[in-house]
Every structure is written in C-alpha cells, then in structure tokens.
Ligand binder design. Structure first.
Ligand code: BGC
Length: 259
C-alpha cells in the first residue's frame, strides 16, 4: 500500500545533477517533501544507461512514499526539448539526442516528464518560493557544478535559456562563476562574490534588466555569506525552496502533464 501523507496530494521528483542524483516525494499543494530525500552519487562516466539505473533505484525508494501510479518528474542539467536532450555540459555527451523521457520511463515503469533543472526550479519558486506572485522579469540562476538559468516573464517560463554559458572575458561564464569554480579555486565567499558573481550578474542585468534575481542551487543555503557583497540594480534573493526547488518543480510539472 502506498504510504501517503494524510490528505496530501503527492507526486515524485528526481534531480539529475553532475555530482548527485536526488529524489523525494513532493506535496503538490505546498512543494514540501513528504519524506526524506534519497541521494546517490552520479555514476562516472555519467552515461544514459548508468544514470537510468540510479534513477530507477531512487524512484523505487521514493515510490514507496507516493501513490502507486504517480508520474515522475525529472530534472536534467541540459537543454531538454520535447523529451529529448540537446546539450550536456556537465554530464556525458552520450546524452545528446537521447529521449530521456522514454529511457527513464522504461527504467522506472512510470510516466516521466523531463525538464531542464533550472526551469524546474523556476516553476517551483514561482509557485511556492521567492518568485511567488512576482510580475515582470525574473531571472533564476542555480549555482552548482554549472550555472543554470531560467527566465520568467509575468510568471510564464521562457524554457531552456542557457545564460550560464555566456562568454565573459573570453571564457564560458559558468567555468568562473559557478560554485564549483569557487571550490576548485579555493575562493572565499567574498572573493567569489566580488570577483566572479558580481561580474556575471552585471552582465545579466545588461542583457536582461530583470526585476528580480533568484539565486538557487546547493550554495543558496549559504546565501547570507555572499549575497551581501553583490551590488546590482535588481533585487537579489535566495531561492525560497533552496536546493529542493528542482525536485518540487519537476514533480508538479509531471503531475500536471499526466494528471
Ligand atoms: C547546463 C544547463 C544547466 C546548468 C545547471 C549548465 O551547464 O548547460 O542546462 O541548467 O548547467 O545544471
């Protein structure tokens, strides 16, 4: 018997990242996880079949806490259009051209909706988090292995923006400003914010003039250590759901698609 939280309308989300694959059952009315998140390291190399096996393991564990026929929402760290992966900056190139929805549906036995990770986070932030009810232009960025971006215009998502890859000072921006660059280069929060993030977000302001910038990804848990160093025109706030936004957003998108 599915062990559902009393009265809750529960869905399932899995977040495929460059370093970890995480999943949880999600209360579709609040975006909260109804049980602990399950996490397994991303296999290396992160080829589609190996990743699909891990997703199946996670979905099996999460599925014990969700309704038996629940659809699965999956975030992917690249461009996903009509279920097919088109870019894979931080996972194996073998993903390019893969129908990720068909692959994971076969592996998990569930209906699967796949979406770019930052786009999924933006859907959840708009529904329950820092962008809730915000009109105008919202730029959400996730700082992690790479930089994910999502653009909301009056709450509508412009999917698959890839502003983490703008070329700044001759290099792909995410290689200098993602939180992985901070770790790799041993930068303090202040150095990272003032030397890397400031430059990156200034460029985003120049290009997009957002009314609000939402900063997500694992490092958003430490937002108080670095957002204070940023000096921008737009208001900059941490993601309300922190790193849980991707899983929650994917779950709600899957539930909406498959009912
Ligand atoms: C990818 C994006 C993704 C981001 C965060 C980038 O390298 O190109 O699609 O959203 O990393 O995972």
């Amino acid at each position: 018997m599915a062990d559902q939280a009393a009265g809750a309308h529960v869905g399932m989300g899995v977040d495929i990242g460059g370093s970890g694959i995480k999943g949880a059952p999600v209360d579709l009315d609040t975006g909260a996880f109804t049980a602990d998140r399950v996490k397994i390291h991303t296999p290396h190399p992160s080829k589609p079949r190996a990743v699909a096996e891990v997703v199946a393991q996670i979905a099996a564990a999460v599925g014990e806490k969700a309704p038996s026929g629940a659809a699965l929402g999956v975030t992917f760290p690249g461009v996903v259009r009509r279920g097919t992966v088109e870019t894979a900056a931080n996972v194996d190139d073998g993903w390019i051209g893969t129908d990720v929805e068909a692959l994971l549906s076969g592996a998990t036995g569930r209906a699967v909706a796949a979406v770019n990770d930052a786009d999924a986070a933006a859907v959840a932030e708009h529904r329950w988090g820092a962008a809730r009810g915000v009109r105008g232009v919202v730029l959400l960025t996730t700082l992690g292995t790479g930089i994910g971006t999502a653009l909301l215009v009056d709450g509508h998502l412009v999917p698959n923006t890839e502003f983490g890859h703008v070329v700044l000072d001759g290099v792909d921006a995410e290689t200098r400003a993602a939180s992985a660059a901070k770790e790799r280069e041993g930068l303090s929060y202040e150095e990272w914010a003032t030397e890397r993030l400031q430059r990156y977000y200034e460029e985003m302001e120049k290009l997009l003039s957002p009314d609000l910038i939402v900063v997500g990804g694992g490092v958003s848990r430490k937002a108080d250590k670095f957002l204070k160093y940023l000096d921008l025109r737009a208001e900059v706030v941490p993601a309300g759901l922190r790193n849980a936004a991707g899983i929650a957003g994917a779950a709600v998108l899957a539930a909406e698609r498959f009912g």
